[in-house]
Design a protein around this ligand. Structure first.
Ligand code: FES
Ligand code: FES
Length: 177
């Protein structure tokens, strides 16, 4: 069955089983490996993408449910890792192993789109993603920093390039497989 949707601002069509999860389509059909597989049960948040601007778990989202919708992955969050969340992640060197981080970033970006100045409680409520490396405290600090950056330059992706270590850069852009 052919499903059409918008992926990172471009029209996309795939001919797959309509029950195939969006995560499988992204990684296995479209070879976009920035979005990660963790639990496959909507528990860990590794697979978080935006669907019509909402942060959602792609591992339990059948591709048929995204027909006609706008999907944004870590690869499309910004053209130059200039989104305030990516800038803050790099500045504060949040990632450790990096595996969970694309999901963390997409969840944080979804939160800031709805709540530009979140409290610690807002962050704790929104960030249900699991990190086996325990980067939670740095994530919270980075979200507050991202809120400051967003307030200073509200257009997502409009910021300039940032000095980044290769490991941080790879995990904030989806470059790591
Ligand atoms: S892989 Fe989707 S929530 Fe864990
Ligand atoms: S940085 Fe290693 S799992 Fe989160």
């Amino acid at each position: 069955m052919v499903i059409r949707f918008t992926l990172n601002g471009k029209s996309q069509s795939v001919d797959v089983n309509p029950s195939m999860p969006l995560l499988w389509v992204l990684r296995d059909t479209l070879n976009m490996t920035g979005t990660k597989f963790g639990c496959g049960m909507a528990l860990c948040g590794c697979c978080t993408v935006h669907i019509n601007g909402e942060a959602m778990r792609s591992c339990v989202m059948p591709i048929s449910a995204v027909g006609g919708k706008k999907v944004t992955t870590i690869e499309g969050l910004s053209a130059d890792h200039g989104h305030p969340v990516q800038q803050a992640w790099i500045e504060m060197d949040v990632p450790q192993c990096g595996y969970c981080q694309s999901g963390q970033i997409m969840s944080a970006a979804g939160l800031l789109a709805k709540e530009p100045n979140p409290t610690d409680d807002d962050i704790d409520d929104a960030m249900q993603n699991i990190c086996r490396c325990g980067t939670y405290q740095n994530i919270r600090k980075a979200i507050h920093r991202a809120a400051e950056l967003q307030a200073a330059a509200p257009a997502p992706g409009a910021g300039g390039n940032t000095e980044a270590s290769p490991s941080a850069s790879g995990t904030v852009t989806g470059g790591a497989e």
